[in-house]
Design a protein around this ligand. Structure first.
Ligand SMILES: Cc1cc2nc3c(=O)[nH]c(=O)nc-3n(C[C@H](O)[C@H](O)[C@H](O)COP(=O)(O)OP(=O)(O)OC[C@H]3O[C@@H](n4cnc5c(N)ncnc54)[C@H](O)[C@@H]3O)c2cc1C
Length: 417
């Protein structure tokens, strides 16, 4: 395969636009949102309109659905004639890094299908896609709306096959019982993709995925979590008590589940979302790196001895190398998703690398800046990024889980490297 990271002229212009908004509009408010534990709805509404005016489709069909590279950066049609993908995943990681550089908390609470988008897009019937994505059609003018993804349970995080939320068919409905925890935008979502099992003894073959709509009898919100980082983003517990879900909300319809399709729906979601999460980590890590770099320029170059400066520059270089490598892995995983290549291993590689590189960047940046690095100010967000970044090595599969996935695939798929 020939990997091609060419972005269209329009996509590059959009990146510049996002970068300017992240710098001038988002970053200055990030600390206030962190303290308030929310982004004001008015800001979200204005931001949604602004994104739409830039031609973004992200709040309608999921992050990064913008038109892809039919033309190259100079506006010319590509010379080769092989079919081109929309570039949605590649553009998605580009945009995610920029927005997370501005504020990852904001990125997590943007309206739209969110993490619920990929399973509906990947496994939904045409009718389901129309119904569940259709509610976002009026996103520029209508009320703010979100989708969510409900997989994790109190006793099933990394081990997805251990979910205990049950589902039982009852005439034209399914009855769901169980609890989901740590669900991003769970309390505000118009619908949530909920994973349940017909029989825990069947393991993965027993899994089913449902779109459960807000207001469905028996579906309620439990606790809203107080978090260390990403405090502007809502993380909720969801409770299902004899919740009656219409049969037409079973994602993909019954014929999808003759094999292990329910479990595969959850896993396929990760192939698309792990690179996005990796890109967000790169954005936070890059923010910390740039802050430390500028601090070093301002505080050390003229007034401190060269050896000390050289040692610090070497640390900066190491951070920069780690982030650049993680970004390259992230773009590769996204490009593979766009072009129809199986990318589970590469998606895990991107996330494992980006989480670690960005955590290291945040820790080292604070150390380089000394006491100043631990102080919270509007233009000094290192302590916030330090709090925000840890979760990027936890959600969407922890770092350990990514390394297990990679190791398994390296040993079973010897030809793919
Ligand atoms: C801010 C936030 C937002 C989230 N949003 C969502 C969401 O929208 N939807 C959703 O469904 N979930 C969400 N989650 C949940 C998240 O995906 C889980 O926290 C994650 O999968 C890890 O599960 P766990 O917390 O139960 O940890 P555990 O699985 O209990 O892991 C605990 C530790 O054990 C290690 N471990 C586990 N199994 C193994 C193994 N086999 N080998 C070696 N080590 C192992 C892990 O790496 C980790 O270090 C969110 C979490 C957070 C914090």
């Amino acid at each position: 395969m020939t990997i091609d990271f060419t972005f269209s002229k329009r996509q590059l212009e959009m990146r510049e636009g996002i970068r300017a908004i992240a710098k001038n509009v988002i970053r200055p408010q990030a600390l206030a949102w962190d303290r308030e534990g929310a982004v004001p709805e008015e800001f979200l509404r204005n931001f949604t309109r602004l994104a739409a005016s830039m031609g973004s489709n992200a709040m309608r069909g999921g992050l990064g659905d913008e038109g892809g590279p039919d033309v190259d950066v100079h506006g010319k049609a590509h010379a080769d004639t092989r079919p081109r993908s929309s570039g949605a995943n590649l553009f998605g990681v580009l945009a995610s890094e920029e927005l997370a550089w501005g504020d990852a908390g904001l990125l997590m609470c943007l309206p739209g299908p969110g993490l619920g988008g990929p399973p509906v897009r990947g496994s939904g019937t045409p009718e389901q896609k129309k119904r569940f994505f259709g509610i976002f059609d009026d996103y520029e003018t209508g009320p703010l709306k979100w989708g969510a993804y409900g997989l994790t349970e109190p006793n099933a995080g990394s081990d997805v096959s251990a979910i205990r939320t049950t589902c039982r068919k009852d005439g034209t409905h399914w009855i769901l019982n169980g609890r989901k925890c740590y669900i991003t935008n769970g309390a505000r979502a118009s619908w949530t993709v909920i994973f349940a099992t017909v029989d825990p003894a069947l393991g993965r073959a027993g899994h089913r995925a449902f779109v459960v709509e807000k207001g469905t009898p028996g579906f309620s919100v439990g606790r809203i979590e107080e978090k260390m980082g990403l405090r502007a983003s809502e993380t909720a517990e969801l409770v299902l008590e004899d919740c009656r879900v219409p049969a037409e909300n079973l994602l993909g319809g019954e014929e999808k589940y003759v094999t292990k399709e329910g479990f595969m729906t959850a896993m396929k979601t990760f192939d698309n979302t792990r690179p996005l999460v990796a890109a967000m980590a790169c954005g936070i890590g890059r923010a910390a790196y740039e802050h430390a770099r500028d601090f070093v320029k301002e505080h050390y170059v003229l007034s401190r001895s060269i050896p000390r400066y050289a040692a610090i520059v070497e640390r900066l270089a190491k951070i920069g190398r780690g982030l650049a490598a993680a970004r390259a892995l992230t773009w590769r995983a996204a490009w593979m998703a766009d072009n129809g290549f199986a990318n589970a291993k590469e998606a895990s590689m991107s996330k494992a690398a980006a989480g670690q590189a960005a955590i290291r960047a945040c820790i080292e940046a604070i150390e380089i800046c000394g006491a100043e690095g631990s102080i919270a100010r509007e233009h000094q967000l290192l302590e916030k990024w330090f709090r925000d970044i840890k979760v990027y090595d936890i959600f969407e599969g922890t770092g350990q889980i990514q390394r297990i996935v990679i190791a398994k695939r390296l040993l079973t798929d010897l030809k793919s490297f």
